[in-house]
Design a protein around this ligand. Structure first.
Ligand SMILES: Cc1cc2nc3c(=O)[nH]c(=O)nc-3n(C[C@H](O)[C@H](O)[C@H](O)COP(=O)(O)OP(=O)(O)OC[C@H]3O[C@@H](n4cnc5c(N)ncnc54)[C@H](O)[C@@H]3O)c2cc1C
Length: 416
């Protein structure tokens, strides 16, 4: 099949590669000048089936209301405060019942596990090429808190291995935790099959390989309209002219909403801002593992030989300048506690917007038009889910039975 893939973030790259390897003729169209320059640019890098639970968790409505009314720290509502934002928030809260949380987290976990299998089955890109490590991830809890029973049960039921570590055993696993005077972690869940790596390096290396092996990539090209005739895709109209195709896959992250809206699709994808500080040229000790402080909502990953990235927070919409400054100050303070050697290193700040659906599951599958497919809205887990999403979408396109149930990912779900 002759297929265009619209968008070359981590999801578009994996989708293009999956289809190319199955013998399809693939053209990738990307508005930017290289792969992964938007949301996939400087994310936390965690490949984390062990903590891919839905963010619409029981109690979240109270947290949002408190933050809105009192200015409490987390999560904050940014701009624009328009109809789309409130429609989305209503659905996000509707998805936070214990039953919905369990359902959404279960399907996120199934997709993430599949994604890991596909990703590491052949290791086409070697780990060192994207500063990756497969030594597990640590999810850390402060003195009085413990991992939620409901989360551990989900992992157990899905056969996902984990170990609960306390006190000295935890600090033996990650010696950097001995330094965290103000971040006393007493308990951690260690998920040994989780991993991390730089999504941008991975995407850019993959797309170069794809180009060498025959995938056509059009940089600096924006898709303006998906063209259909009698409910069948005929191609896409771009700023560089019309490109005919039999199939069109929308992997455009946040940009998917307006592209598909023109054809009558009503997608619920809201930008959720997150922040990262990447330190480079770090001399001296760094943590041996990547991890997450659950209470602080901050993750870190020691990339390659001399980099370490700290990432965190989730603010609905776009943050004010003042809020962004506060977020970076918190990341910096945390970084200096966990890894004092960052004080001498250069730091690169970045803000990205997670393209998030209310239930945290992406849209994957065929649209209402012949030849139109969706693979977008991966929210907080696009790197963790990218290979699995690409794999099952390729199965859909080839009329094969997908490896996981795809009903929860359908494009016409309403979330209420
Ligand atoms: C702070 C932060 C930390 C994160 N940490 C993690 C993590 O640890 N693990 C994890 O799994 N996920 C993480 N994520 C989420 C992850 O980064 C996203 O889910 C993922 O990057 C989404 O990828 P994507 O390819 O769908 O979108 P994008 O990377 O945004 O790519 C979409 C592409 O489509 C292009 N495009 C859009 N419209 C058009 C058009 N009309 N024509 C042509 N091109 C178009 C854009 O230019 C862009 O390149 C994090 C996100 C943030 C912000």
């Amino acid at each position: 099949m002759n297929i265009v893939v619209v968008g070359c973030g981590i999801v578009g790259v994996c989708t293009a590669m999956a289809l190319h390897r199955r013998g399809h003729t693939v053209t990738v169209i990307e508005a930017a000048s290289d792969a992964a320059l938007v949301t996939s640019y400087a994310n936390a890098g965690l490949l984390s089936p062990g903590h891919c639970f839905s963010w619409a968790e029981p109690g979240i409505a109270r947290g949002i209301l408190k933050a809105f009314l009192t200015g409490a720290d987390y999560p904050r509502i940014g701009t624009p405060r328009n109809k789309a934002l409130f429609r989305w928030l209503r659905r996000f809260i509707a998805q936070s019942s214990p039953t919905a949380w369990q359902h959404n987290s279960y399907h996120a976990l199934r997709l993430s596990q599949l994604s890991r299998d596909v990703h590491f089955r052949e290791e086409i890109i070697p780990l060192h090429a994207y500063d990756a490590a497969r030594n597990g991830l640590l999810y850390l809890y402060k003195a009085a808190t413990m991992p939620a029973e409901s989360e551990l049960k989900l992992l157990q039921d899905a056969g996902e291995p984990f170990h609960i570590l306390h006190g000295d055993a935890l600090r033996a696993k990650e010696p950097a935790l001995q330094r965290t005077e103000n971040h006393v972690f007493e308990t951690g869940t260690y998920c040994e099959k989780d991993a991390y790596g730089d999504a941008r390096l991975y995407a850019q290396e993959s797309i170069r390989l794809a180009q060498q092996s025959g995938v056509n990539v059009l940089w600096n090209t924006s898709v303006k309209e998906i063209m259909v005739q009698q409910d069948r895709v005929t191609g896409v109209s771009t700023n560089n002219g019309f490109i005919p195709s039999e199939g069109c896959i929308i992997t455009s992250g946040q940009g998917s909403v307006s592209l598909l809206n023109a054809l009558g699709y009503d997608l619920f994808i809201q930008p959720i801002s997150g922040y990262s500080l990447t330190y480079q040229g770090v001399q001296g000790e760094r943590p041996q593992h990547a991890g997450v402080s659950i209470a602080d909502k901050i993750a870190w990953a020691p990339f390659g030989q001399d980099r370490i990235r700290f990432t965190g927070f989730a603010d609905v919409g776009m943050p004010s300048k003042r809020l962004a400054q506060q977020r970076f100050a918190s990341l910096k303070a945390f970084a200096q506690q966990l890894c004092p050697s960052v004080q001498e290193a250069e730091s690169l700040p970045w803000i990205g917007q997670r393209p998030m659906t209310p239930d945290g599951l992406p849209y994957i599958g065929q649209g209402a038009h012949q030849g139109l497919y969706l693979n977008c809205g991966h929210g907080a887990m696009g790197w963790t889910m990218a290979h699995g999403s690409a794999h099952v979408l390729a199965q859909v396109i080839e009329n094969q039975q997908p490896d996981i149930e795809l009903h929860p990912f359908r494009y016409d779900r309403r979330f209420l």
